[in-house]
Design a protein around this ligand. Structure first.
Ligand code: SF4
Length: 69
């Protein structure tokens, strides 16, 4: 799984950090998402998918979801 984030879309809601704190963090100054691990290990994939689903800005693209497009 490879993850990409679109910082421009991120509205700093923080859902991704709550669901997958090993993969996502937020910048101190504005709360915009920081990608800690662009290729997380398999045991984190479910959390990453959950984070992508929860993200209100659709700013998280994971290989498992968008690889066909
Ligand atoms: S859930 Fe989406 S909008 Fe919220 S901090 Fe994470 S990437 Fe940004």
């Amino acid at each position: 799984m490879k993850i990409e984030i679109d910082e421009g879309k991120c509205v700093a809601a923080g859902h991704c950090v709550m669901v997958a704190a090993e993969v996502f963090d937020q910048r101190d100054e504005d709360g915009v998402v920081v990608l800690l691990d662009p290729a997380p290990p398999e045991h984190l994939h479910e959390q990453v998918r959950e984070a992508a689903l929860l993200c209100p800005a659709n700013a998280i693209l994971s290989g498992g979801r968008d690889s066909a497009s």
